[in-house]
Design a protein around this ligand. Structure first.
Ligand code: 5GP
Length: 190
């Protein structure tokens, strides 16, 4: 059994996680793809919920054993990747997969799955607004915020490589627009 893949990519702080939370509550049979990563849990994050938090050696072992569909060094010394077993697990339940993944990873998965996947870029209203949101979130150090902003500027230049772009100026409108796209994509026979 195999479902479809919904890829949401965005610069950090563009509101992607909030959109995903809303979509998961809808009737789309979507299940969140839990990535593996080597960073430490933040706040209330738990192993096997937000991420599979792995020691770097374990992560590297899995790369060698070809267990990832894709992986990236998203931030210096911080690796993130999608395990093949995760997609198998979700498809086996008859669900569709939704990914919260960085730009390179999103484009990579789209390339591998073609028409079975839709890639959606969530665009922040502006870089200044993005910086404000990261500061307000209060989970990153100033150096980390600077790193994320520099990366965001670079990432925004890839938006036109995605199937769809949603500008997240207003969360309700962004969710509504994403739902409209998914209604069409998930109901289409491929
Ligand atoms: P955070 O540390 O804020 O949770 O996530 C950092 C970035 O890593 C986000 O842009 C997120 O989308 C990305 N990311 C999460 N999981 C994966 C993954 O499996 N592969 C890739 N390439 N990026 C990921």
């Amino acid at each position: 059994m195999s479902g479809k893949l919904v890829i949401l990519s965005a610069p950090s702080g563009a509101g992607k996680s909030t959109i995903i939370e809303h979509l998961l509550k809808k009737d789309f049979k979507l299940e969140f793809s839990i990535s593996a990563c080597t960073r430490n849990p933040r706040g209330n994050e738990k192993h096997g919920v937000e991420y599979y938090f792995l020691p770097p050696e374990d992560f590297k072992n899995k790369i060698v054993k070809n267990e990832f569909i894709e992986w990236e060094e998203v931030y210096e010394d911080h690796y993130y990747g999608t395990l093949k077993s995760e997609i198998d697990r979700i498809f086996a339940k008859g669900n569709n997969v939704i990914f919260d993944i960085d730009i390179a990873g999103g484009l990579n998965i789209k390339k591998q799955y073609g028409d079975k996947a839709i890639s959606i870029f969530i665009m922040p209203p502006s870089v200044e607004e993005l910086e404000n949101r990261l500061i307000k979130r209060g989970t990153d150090s100033p150096e980390n915020i600077k790193k994320r902003i520099d990366k965001a500027k670079f990432e925004i230049s890839f938006a036109n490589k995605f199937d769809k772009t949603i500008i997240n100026d207003n969360i309700d409108i962004a969710v509504y627009e994403t739902e409209k796209i998914l209604n069409e994509f998930l109901n289409k026979k491929i």
